[in-house]
Ligand binder design. Structure first.
Ligand code: ATP
Length: 445
């Protein structure tokens, strides 16, 4: 076992006390169970880089699920969700903090030839399956070894030298999505991709290895990339290596595409600044930007390649057409009143609206969409169905146009009070007298 230097101090100083206490407890539980417990992956990498990261991944040499159960029992209100098939568990704390637990099983390898069967350390094999050396570090958490940095593959040197390196020559062949991960990490940390690794990566791109990868996995990595703080940087790198075309021959990041991405970044930071409650998928706004220069047919094919199927795929394809129609209407200058803006935009998702803001060159259009997002979409008619019944209207198909008219009037600020609204309704939708009423009137007269 390669027990290197101690990073215990770093661990205790950089992580919140609550997390340190949980990790210490994890080590104690492991030691009592006779199992080795390690903190692994991104959290260790980011600890050495002094970056904030509370994605805690533990690997247990032993039985992950029973370990997780025992650890959870130490904390009030703590639950676990185990996946027997994979030997993994998520420990969910009362305050929503969570920890992922995986099992590194003890397996015995038969050596080729006459050599005896040997037991390799299972943590080593677990770490060897990872993508880059910087992600292969582990920190022992057991009572007597807490804080020992375990570095089988030179990860801490590569982090120090700020280099991304694969563990072996088949890394990209085994899993081409690592190409996207290399690009993402390289731009996030400002790390260079090692020379040999870069050659392997370029060869993998040339060999069209992406073609063998399931769309869902590619999309997953693309989403991670688009959710980076500044996606322009990995996207530019990606383009430099010819990755877009390797993902799908129609994908083509032109300077205009990059401008659109930049403008999307601006719009999304405006959106974030608004602190609206709506949850949006920011990746899909970027996705619309990256595919804006494609024909409808190519867009459909790209969407299929990334397995964006079902409702979402159909929805993206149809909204893309609606965007063009709406922008054309705005460009003709015929959409002015708030109620007109509302009726053009009402069926579009927030992601599409934000994309439109990024795409349009007209300041008026951008303002109109932002007004819609901030105000218009919340406007309600001043009266409800109940009010209409109280006013003497019979519930029926007439209610929809009345309420629509009222909403338009509120949007355009033509009515400001409930009594103005009532007057408007009575004027536009006079109540028809019933036959019986008319009879009475004619008799009387
Ligand atoms: P991030 O900070 O973006 O979450 P991370 O390193 O924590 O980065 P994850 O995608 O959460 O990345 O993956 C967790 C760990 O799993 C990584 O540290 C990496 O070692 C390993 N891993 C993820 N994807 C792959 C892959 N395609 N091939 C090999 N190892 C992978």
């Amino acid at each position: 076992r390669l027990r290197g230097k101690s990073v215990r101090k770093l661990l205790e100083e950089r992580l919140p006390k609550k997390v340190v206490d949980i990790l210490r407890k994890a080590g104690q539980v492991g030691s009592a169970r006779g199992e080795e417990v390690y903190l692994v992956g991104g959290a260790v990498r980011d600890l050495l880089l002094r970056n904030h990261n509370l994605d805690i991944d533990l690997v247990i040499e032993g039985q992950g699920i029973p370990f997780a159960r025992e650890l959870a029992a130490q904390f009030p209100g703590c639950r676990i969700r185990g996946h027997e098939k994979f030997g993994t568990a998520v420990i969910l704390f009362e305050d929503n903090f969570k920890i992922d637990v995986a099992t590194a099983r003890h397996e015995y390898y038969a050596r080729p030839g006459a050599l005896p069967t040997v037991e390799t350390s299972s943590i080593k094999r677990d770490l060897f399956r990872r993508d880059f050396t910087m992600n292969t570090l582990a920190i022992s958490l057991n009572t007597r070894t807490i804080g020992h940095l375990i570095d089988f593959f030179g990860g801490s040197r590569d982090i120090k030298e700020r280099i991304i390196r694969v563990l072996h020559n088949l890394a990209f062949v085994e899993d081409p999505t690592r190409i996207l991960r290399a690009v993402r990490f390289s731009s996030r940390f400002g790390f260079a991709i090692g020379k040999h690794t870069l050659n392997l990566m370029k060869a993998a791109i040339r060999m069209k290895l992406f073609d063998k990868v399931e769309g869902k996995r590619l999309l997953n990595e693309l989403i991670h990339m688009l959710e980076e703080k500044n996606p322009l940087s990995p996207l530019t790198l990606m383009d430099g290596y010819g990755i877009p075309q390797a993902l799908h021959p129609a994908l083509n990041f032109t300077p205009k595409t990059m401008e659109l991405v930049e403008s999307t970044i601006g719009v999304l930071s405006w959106w974030k600044y608004l602190f609206m409650k709506d949850q949006i998928d920011s990746w899909s706004v970027y996705f619309l930007a990256l595919t804006d220069n494609l024909s409808d047919g190519d867009f459909k094919s790209v969407v299929e390649r990334f397995s964006i199927v079902g409702d979402l795929g159909r929805h993206m394809a149809s909204e893309r057409i609606l965007v063009r129609q709406a922008l054309a209407l705005f460009a003709r200058g015929i959409i002015e009143k708030p109620s007109e803006i509302y009726s053009v935009l009402r069926n579009l998702s927030l992601e599409t609206l934000l994309f439109m803001m990024a795409k349009t060159m007209r300041e008026e259009t951008r303002m109109a969409i932002s007004e819609y997002i901030i105000n218009y979409r919340y406007v309600k008619p001043l009266l409800t169905g109940k009010d209409l019944i109280r006013m003497g209207y019979e519930p029926g198909p007439i209610f929809a146009p009345i309420l629509r008219t009222l909403k338009q009037a509120s949007l355009d600020r033509e009515v400001l009070t409930r009594s103005e609204a009532e007057d408007l309704v009575r004027r536009i939708f006079p109540i028809k007298k019933k036959e019986a009423d008319r009879d009475t009137i004619s008799l009387d007269s």
